[in-house]
Ligand binder design. Sequence first.
Ligand code: GCB
Length: 602
Amino acid sequence: MLYPENTETRTVIDLSGMWKFMIDKEVTPIDVNKPLPTKTELSVPSSFNDQTASKEIREHVGYVWYEKDFTVSNVLKSQRLVLRFGSATHEAWVYLNGQEITHHKGGFTPFEVEINDYLSSGENRLIVKLSNMLDYTTLPVGNYSEEKDENGKLVRKVDENFDFFNYAGLQRPVKIYSTPASHIDDITVVPTVDLAANSADITVNTDFTGNGEVTVTISDENDQVVATADGNETEVHLDNVHLWQPLNAYLYTAKVSLTVDGEVVDVYEEQFGVRTVEVADGKFLINGKPFYFKGFGKHEDTYVHGRGFNEPVNVLDISLMKKMGANSFRTSHYPYSEEMMRLCDREGIVVIDETPAVGLLSSFNFDLSILESDDFTDDTWTTMKTAEAHEQVLREIINRDKNRACVVMWSIANEAANYSKGSHEYCKPLFDLARKLDSQKRPRTYTSIMMSNPRTDKCIDLVDVIALNRYYGWYVGNGDLKRAETATRDELLEYQAKFPDKPIIYTEYGADTVAGMHGNYGEPFTEEFQEDYFRMASKVFDEISNFVGEQLWNFADFQTKFGIQRVQGNKKGVFTRSREPKMVVRYLSDRWNGIPEFGYKK
Ligand code: GCB
């Protein structure tokens, strides 16, 4: 799916700004033919939750409504016009001038619809109804229930099956873009690199509508044309190729033109990087060299914006990462904005791209001996009806991010009940689908919860990389770093011995830390404990040869639902929510700036 861009044949109208907004109290039905009965206006893109002082708005569960009135200039009316949502969380019904024009379920991927047939002359009324409800059919997974209040009125509830606040709304840009009637629909770029020869063959496949011919012109970063070709399925050869490298990005531009009767009717420019990704002999290879992941699990989470697009913070986060010597992050626990992915492409930040499959686990059981039985089962895979949503979002994320050089691996799920009977049957078709859809054949993984270990996990055969979320010394044996060190080491050695061909990374490890809290005895929650914890983990990581990456939890403190373990959110950030460093950032910066991107583990 193409990102909306201005080109010589396309115009983008950004609908960011103030939109009318109301929560739906489900008392009087809303008439989509009339202006919304509200005077409240909120800023888009952003979550709605933290933009007002109203607790009722912040904690609302159910439906909300947005309205934006817009006019399209006459010069554009002859063009094909497409309304495009970067995302709408979690389910959207879109009405233009009173007619429903599209519906989309899934809160973290873009969707679009042609609007020419629904436009009126003068002002147009765009109304969006959103649901922020989650249940056992959606991703993420929520525990949904209904109650009646004292007046007999329906009260909807979602108890999140995950550890982040259920922010919602129009959280990413909403745009209208024009194309000619004959137009380019999609472009897929696949580089095949000959590392020894320092050259690459680039296939560029173009989907288009109408009768025309496609030409492709590839330029380098100095705007010098380095190759041209004709055809909607074409391949060009690049000599002296500049590779896209972690922290040292290089982007080529494929200018794709559609010509009808000798006249260029549509043009789109897609940037792409040339690199290889491969797993071999327990190593993760980028451009043929063993790469070491240094970085974070993150969230899209900031003050006031909530989960809403916040570009200055994206820029700052990447700058802070680079200063620390980090080179990567995971889009825990949902696809991030396209703007962030494009930024990572330009900045050379390596990304593990995760679906919103979080909460696929219906019970906790810390008695591992029970889980070790071959036919252990809880009711996760009979209760959860998420297979359809999972497949849909996998298609959407791969379609959206397929050309991004920064994406080196798909994370199919976070902490699913992979120790429970039925998990393999659920996961295998998704791993197969990812392989089939991704023309770049990137490695696939899921991140595994502590209950999934070398003895209990039923799906390890599916993953290319073993990705572990581990909290020894925090959730298990809190405060006891000696025991944590032994447990960390023993488990990693067991994984390595059992699966010698699969590289192992940590995709989560961390300790809640209250910024400014100190203690003479390194107690849990102090900044001293957080540093001791990461020092302990690093020491073990360095002993394990197939251990090829550390992505700690979390980059910054973030908002969650209420809970006795959460004081205004999760405090495992190494930065506060406003991006001030905790003490440990100095230690991590020293460590990571001393670890090279390549060849750290021999
Ligand atoms: C996890 C989850 C993450 C939580 C984290 C924690 O395993 O994947 O979403 O925030 O633990 O801090 O408890």
